[in-house]
Design a protein. Structure first.
Length: 449
């Protein structure tokens, strides 16, 4: 087989075990041996470029995007590997923010079929995508790769590479069935990306968890460790129209009154992390005028993204308790005068639905529309409905995300807003549904079929 179609490639890729789709029940034991053998066969493309490796419970994607933008603005060619995708798998592997073309993805994956045959065992879907990213970045080539961990760090397939800069955003409860029941267990897993010679940038402030990262750094040699609140910070955060006004301090520079075009006070720490990571990479201060330009123009799909108006439709990738807490703060800071607020949500197994509903309640949500998440790991809608009702919400069931958006829009009216959250898979499906609806309305008028 010399070539295959995009659909053929997807069918082959999806025939492989996926933790994202099924959870841990069918996933082989944690090991880097399979991905190491694959990378060895390919000539070790993971060693072809410097790497900024990013892990943490929340904020990985936002931080990776900001780091990417900061590096591109300095004239570097940047490969970015992230997960999950919102609509197409190509989104995970990008060159200067442009997703890998279908032709390139098919070509590299076709090679993977041969490597897998040579190895004599089947890899996981994530291992194949990770290897594909490293191979494509090496072939381009890129000046630097920004790599977002999938889950954890120590046994994550991305960890086959050596990160020159290791970034840890924060630690909270998520994937506890995989990473361990305590925050210290989770921190130990995420500390696995710290390698000999890497510089470590830490966003977590809990002293016990910071100790975990500093101990991991000491165990691999004399790595430099920088901690938020001690070595770098964002001492001033002011919500303003369209985003945040920040003051940023790093070991290299100070920047006052910087506008960041993202919502949510949690993004201030992500911005400080990204700036410190970029300056660590360059070992030099980042130009003030360039920083202002980058942060003023940055956009991020699925993170406080406005999908529609009349009613206002806002989608956010909040998918755990901490994420819902941050989203509630955004609703209070920017949308307090809008009413009613309707939450359209679906969640995946491994979450704590009632705790998530309790957090989003503080954002002024009036009613909840529960939908099935487009994943084999979707929590049963009856379970979600019961958790929502237990949290005091008037709750409605919808058969699909498209139906949920219709119901939510009708409840919100032209003066209210619909908030889509709970899972990035739900957000991705909502984005697709809204875009299809918008295209239909442009072609045929605003009619209901």
């Amino acid at each position: 087989m010399n070539s295959w179609s995009y659909n053929d490639m997807l069918e082959w890729l999806d025939s492989h075990i996926s933790m994202e789709a099924t959870g841990m029940t069918r996933v082989p034991r944690p090991t880097l041996e399979r991905i190491r053998q694959l990378c060895d066969l390919m000539g070790n493309p993971e060693c072809a470029q410097p790497i900024i490796h990013i892990t943490g419970t929340n904020g990985k994607g936002s931080t990776a995007r900001m780091v990417t933008e900061l590096l591109i603005a300095r004239g570097l060619s940047v490969g970015t590997y992230s997960s999950p995708d919102l609509e197409r798998v190509n989104e995970r592997i990008a060159y200067c923010n442009e997703p890998i073309p279908d032709e390139d993805l098919c070509s590299v994956m076709l090679e993977m079929t041969l490597f897998e045959e040579m190895l004599g065992f089947q890899l996981s879907r994530f291992e194949l995508l990770t290897a594909c990213a490293y191979r494509w970045f090496a072939d381009r080539p890129v000046d630097v790769a920004v790599i977002e961990v999938g889950i954890g760090g120590l046994w994550d397939a991305t960890n086959v590479a050596q990160g020159d800069v290791a970034v840890i955003t924060n630690i909270s409860y998520d994937h506890v069935e995989i990473l361990g029941p305590t925050l210290k267990d989770i921190a130990i897993e995420k500390a696995g990306i710290i390698k000999e010679g890497s510089t470590v940038v830490i966003g977590e402030q809990d002293p016990e968890l910071v100790d975990v990262f500093e101990a991991a750094s000491a165990s691999v040699g004399e790595s430099q460790v920088m901690v938020y609140g001690k070595d770098f910070s964002c001492p001033v955060v002011e919500p303003v129209s369209g985003g945040l006004l920040l003051s940023l301090q790093t070991p290299w520079s100070t920047h006052e009154d910087v506008f960041l075009s993202l919502h949510g006070k949690h993004q201030s720490r992500n911005a400080a992390l990204a700036l410190t990571a970029a300056e660590t990479f360059f070992n030099a201060p980042y130009p003030d005028d360039l920083l202002r330009k980058v942060f003023a123009q940055i956009e991020f799909a699925g993170r406080c993204e406005v999908l529609g108006r009349d009613p206002l439709v806002l989608c956010d990738g909040a998918h755990n308790v901490a994420g819902m807490e941050a989203l509630a703060d955004i609703l209070k800071d920017y949308f307090v005068d809008i009413s009613p607020k309707i939450l359209v949500t679906g969640m995946l197994e491994g979450r704590d639905p009632e705790a998530m509903f309790q957090q989003i309640k503080h954002g002024g949500i009036d009613k909840v529309v529960v939908v099935p998440a487009p994943s084999q790991r979707s929590i049963d809608v009856d379970v979600l409905r019961n958790a929502s009702i237990a949290s005091g919400f008037d709750t409605i069931l919808a058969k699909s995300i498209a139906e949920g958006l219709q119901v939510g829009g009708a409840l919100a009216g032209t003066d209210g807003m619909v908030v889509v959250a709970g899972s990035l898979y739900v957000v991705g499906s909502a984005r697709s549904s809204m875009m299809l609806s918008e295209r239909h309305n442009r072609l045929y008028g605003n009619t209901v079929q």
